[in-house]
Ligand binder design. Sequence first.
Ligand SMILES: [Zn+2]
Length: 426
Amino acid sequence: MTRTKHQQQSRRRRSDSEAAIRPRGDNSQIEIASMEFARKVNRDAVLRLIRSMQPIARVDLARASGLQNSTVSSLVEQLLSEGWIREGEILRTARGRRPTQISLNDRLSMLVADVHPGRARFGVVDLNGQVLSCSEVAMPLDVEEGVQKLGLAMLQMRATYADRQFEGAGVCIPGRVDVERGRLMVAPNLRWRDFDIREALAKTLGMPVEMENDANACLLSELWFGHLDGVRNAVLLAISEGLGASLLAEGRLISGRNGMAGELGHVCIDPEGPLCNCGRRGCWEVFASSRAALHHYTQLTPEPNTPISYEALCRLASTGDDAAHEAICRQGTAIGSGLRMVTAALEPEVILFVGEIAYAWEIVAPIIERECRASMLAGQPPRIACAGDTNKAHILGAAAVVLQRHSGYFSSAGPSARKAELQRPA
Ligand SMILES: [Zn+2]
């Protein structure tokens, strides 16, 4: 009996530390970083369990997570002190025990913004992923002017939620962000000059601001609020005016040395192809983005037509316009054939799509699936799915960017966050 209990305890101990990286060689600083990483991963897991099972007692959390009671208690205390969760009603059970129920602190909110060329959407999202408010503002061409305008609009919205606590502001951007400097590293479709967006916005809002690439933000949102529980290898493709990608490998978001990992949209497919906004020719994005479909449509229609939106093109396709349908099919084929680099590099379980591509999903999904199957060298093709409403994905993504500041996923804060942890003195 004692032995069984001991075995159970030792199994639990192993499961508590299983997320820790086992470094080769003797390096106590790396050990500390690994233990901190394991704690963050466990903390995220507990937070996600509370979200999906709330209200829930500590003892049920321990059971559901497989962690030791003491680990769960310590993590719950941490989450309570940080304000992420709150203790609620005390339930009477048949045995007379009265475990305190824990829920997410739904008074905790985030100000969010989703920037596009020429416009930005902004809103308020609570910790449960409820979008409490959402609005849009036109963005001037000048980045400084645009950020000022967006900041003031967000501030005005915040004022209508005076009774709420705000954890911070999150911004998702169609480009790569240097999270340390708060600046854009590359954003070909925004055409913004170098400017410290984060500092300017934080000054206007009076709260910390986190910025992230839109694809990474959407993948974080799927991990926090969505349907990626238990998935350890996934790729998210954000397809609208451009094509961005986010990579989750073995449970961690891959950012690369400079936060540039996932720029698959600018991998050259055809050196003789059309010019891309990045300045090179024949990038995957030029064939697979919304702009590609709109370009095909212009070519396929004999009469010169007035420019239309991608959403309008999809409406035309669904109402029997052959040229619109063919334009979208060509885009779908280009997306599908490019997936070979995704499956060859990462062999994900799931490939998720977000962005304007959602409007064309019924047409493109079978084409993408067919092309993806054909591109597999061996093994099962990944599951292909559309991550729901395109606008909501970006707004929730911006909220997840704020949440990830405390998480084990690291996101593109990865290199600096890891460096800081590795250099922390023992
Ligand atoms: Zn390019």
